[in-house]
Design a protein around this ligand. Structure first.
Ligand code: FAD
Ligand code: NAG
Length: 432
């Protein structure tokens, strides 16, 4: 039995707590908010600085906007051990709204006694190693600061909190309104405006459509992605796609590299986030460089501090909840000695090989924790480590359908496929 501190009670922290407890460990969860759910706790509030630059700003953890629906069908949104099934008074849709996900997470917390393990309104301000062995967790709750010793720490603090902004000549003098998608909630203030979105990821996809219902025009600035080569971006309704922005002028004129220019009222940066773990002190053993948290063996363990320090939920472009659940099971079993890690040198060698294959494939550091295009077999690898039976094929088939749609930017994908469509995918997967 190991005494473990879990930092955060979002999806990662809750599942970590469940798995660690089931493995017989002594768990305490630290959560700065007053409830479980992390980014799924929608609030109309957002950072007091809409660009999230001011270091003294009041911050809000969640990045969820009011209209948000899941980007995966409910069949693969839940956990392997605890699915997100339809229920009577719930949201009946295959891609439910965010409220349904939060309710589901609250039920999960009730079912597995997570509230009892959690210290709410307690923010971890420092995690450091003492005497080359134990970890000291310093936390602040109300006015009091406390320090407590743990044998292991699992970092589950989320990574969609610290915005990354677009670098564009002249943008700092733009006279209109600017914000980052982290602070976007509702479209109302953009009524009849000309709005520019920078970036073309999930949030830009959703927010452009949300705003287009009220705005005069929406223009999306995007770097042509390899995925999109040869594919013409169809302009839909009042949404137009362009290349990157060349320059922004004080009077509100925005000039794109493709020669198009327009006077804009607002610019929304949908340019993603930075990994940010301000409380962790490792003397430079674990660093964050250009969005690579490392070195980490399989995105979880820093070799020289394994297994006492671990990270959950850093990866993306996968079936998020399943990956998080498998990482949590792996950590819980490694800590109890049921599953063995390779030695430090072997783990470092594995990381070096991985970094090298990224380079050979022309991938930048920023893509380290992306499970596509490399590492598509990551969750299957975890399943093997833990000693679970292989995952059914239909799960990957569904993920592929969703990734394909986000590349094709099929606006209607959440609604146009009915239950029979997804049932057919399940059938095809179990037959093979
Ligand atoms: C806009 C948006 C839409 C998304 N849509 C989907 C989707 O449709 N499907 C999907 O599968 N995934 C989606 N995701 C991914 C989402 O991040 C994961 O589903 C999941 O919520 C990640 O959980 P987490 O626990 O790792 O992080 P979080 O949910 O961010 O939780 C981290 C928790 O740690 C706490 N915390 C942080 N620092 C401290 C500290 N120092 N001390 C104490 N507590 C702390 C926070 O308060 C928070 O409760 C979306 C993400 C975003 C931002
Ligand atoms: C960092 O250095 C301090 C002082 O030498 C030491 O006590 C601590 O254990 C080190 N931290 C880690 C993570 O090794």
């Amino acid at each position: 039995m190991v005494k473990v501190a879990v930092i955060g009670a979002g999806v990662s922290g809750m599942v970590a707590a469940k798995e660690l407890q089931q493995e017989g460990h002594n768990v305490i969860v630290f959560e700065k908010n007053n409830r479980v759910g992390g980014t799924w706790i929608y609030t109309s509030k957002s950072d007091s600085d809409p660009l999230s630059i001011d270091p003294t700003r009041e911050t809000v953890h969640s990045s969820v906007y009011l209209s948000l629906r899941t980007n995966l069908p409910r069949h693969i949104m839940g956990f392997l051990d605890y699915p997100l099934s339809k229920r009577e008074s719930g949201d009946p849709r295959t891609f439910p709204g965010h409220e349904e996900v939060l309710r589901f997470l609250e039920e999960f917390a009730d079912e597995f006694g997570i509230h009892e393990l959690t210290r709410f309104e307690t923010e971890v301000v420092k995690v450091e190693r003492k005497g080359g062995k134990d970890w000291v967790v310093e936390s602040r709750g109300g006015d009091s600061v406390s320090r407590e010793v743990f044998e292991a720490v699992v970092v589950c603090s989320g990574h969609y909190v610290e915005p990354r902004l677009a670098v564009v000549p002249g943008i700092e003098n733009f006279g209109g309104f600017q914000m980052h998608s982290h602070n976007y909630r509702v479209p109302h203030s953009f009524k009849d405006q000309v709005v520019i979105l920078i970036g073309l990821g999930t949030s830009s996809f959703d927010i452009s459509r949300d705003i287009a219902r009220l705005a005069k025009e929406v223009h999306v600035a995007t770097r042509p992605k390899p995925d999109l080569k040869g594919r013409k971006l169809e302009n839909v309704r009042n949404i137009c796609f362009h290349t990157l922005i060349k320059c922004v002028y004080e009077d509100g004129l925005v000039a794109f590299e493709d020669g198009f220019s327009i006077y804009a009222d607002a610019i929304i940066h949908c340019t993603g986030y930075k990994y940010h773990i301000p409380f962790l002190e490792t003397n430079g053993t674990v660093t964050i460089e250009d969005n690579r948290v490392g070195p980490l063996y399989k995105h979880v363990f820093p070799p020289s501090l394994a297994p006492c320090l671990s990270f959950i939920g850093l990866t993306f472009k996968e079936i998020t909840f399943s990956v998080i659940e498998l990482q949590a099971k792996w950590i819980a079993r490694v800590l109890s000695g049921k599953v063995l890690l390779p030695d430090e040198e072997e783990m470092m060698a594995s990381i070096k090989d991985f970094y090298q294959s990224m380079e050979e494939n022309g991938l930048s550091k920023r893509q380290t924790h992306s499970l596509r295009p490399l590492q598509g077999d990551y969750k299957h690898w975890l399943v093997e480590q833990i000693g679970l039976p292989p995952l059914e094929d239909w799960r990957d088939n569904m993920l592929m359908e969703c990734l394909k749609n986000s590349i094709e930017m099929n606006e209607m994908f959440r609604d146009e496929w009915d239950d029979n469509y997804w049932d057919a995918i399940i059938q095809s997967g179990s037959a093979s």
